[in-house]
Design a protein around this ligand. Structure first.
Ligand code: FMN
Length: 217
């Protein structure tokens, strides 16, 4: 697909099913390779500053400011099961319904400059801003690559998945900050599923609404 076409074709699709009746997991190792391809393409995004060395782990020692943690369909259903005892919150219902439908969930995180005290906090400095920007660019790469492969995807803030105890449960290191929980849904959506497009999709204006030429007098 041509880049322009991928950009225009990419659209959020949220797929939800009853958490009591999750979709069967049908995707195997081949699909896992596809997810790896998406993340490898995500990793081609530009980045200005390398990740702070002290924030790198032995396992994920990359210089890139982002990290991606992939959860396959089987483990999405396991996570759903683990969240069943969670105190209900507004954002958890949708997340559970999507975990019941997803073929995969990819958690995109970024590594902030080191704080005096450990934890998922960051200073609003330029370096951190650029780490976030680079990670956002990586996630957009991933979404475009998913579009090219005919996969449905949704970039969520994560809702209940942002809770420290959920991130700990998933083994996400404490200093990583979640930027996107990207749900990957089946291309063929079963009849039992509810679908919804992105809430801001119709807020998109025309070029002149967000661009001007700077004139120097
Ligand atoms: C960083 C980030 C976090 C987002 N988190 C949410 C979210 O938690 N819930 C939601 O409904 N939309 C969220 N969105 C917006 C949707 O992913 C989607 O992009 C938007 O509704 C526009 O639709 P489109 O992707 O079809 O253009 C988020 C977008 C970004 C960039």
């Amino acid at each position: 697909m041509h880049t322009d076409q991928s950009i225009r074709t990419r659209k959020t699709l949220k797929v939800r099913v009853d958490p009591q009746n999750p979709l069967p997991v049908t995707k195997g190792d081949e699909f896992k390779r596809t997810i790896e391809q998406l993340i490898e393409l995500a990793g081609q995004a530009p980045f200005h500053y390398t990740s702070p060395e002290k924030q790198r782990s032995e396992k994920l020692s990359g210089a890139e400011p982002w990290r991606f943690h992939a959860i396959d369909g089987f483990n999405c259903r396991e996570l759903l099961e683990a969240l069943k005892d969670e105190r209900p919150m507004k954002s958890s219902d949708g997340i559970k319904q999507m975990l019941a439908a997803a073929d995969a969930l990819i958690l995109g995180t970024w590594l902030p400059e080191r704080n005096r005290r450990p934890g998922r906090k960051f200073h609003p400095n330029v370096k951190n801003m650029e780490h976030i920007a680079a990670t956002g660019a990586a996630i957009q790469n991933l979404l475009l690559a998913a579009t090219d492969r005919g996969l449905n995807a949704y970039w969520s803030s994560g809702g209940c998945l942002r809770k420290p105890k959920v991130l700990d449960f998933l083994g996400i290191p404490k200093h990583e900050i979640l930027l996107g929980a990207i749900f990957i849904f089946p291309a063929d959506i079963p009849e039992s599923a509810h679908t919804k497009t992105g809430k801001n999709a119709d807020q998109r204006g025309e070029l002149e609404d967000f661009m001007d030429w700077v004139k120097i007098d």
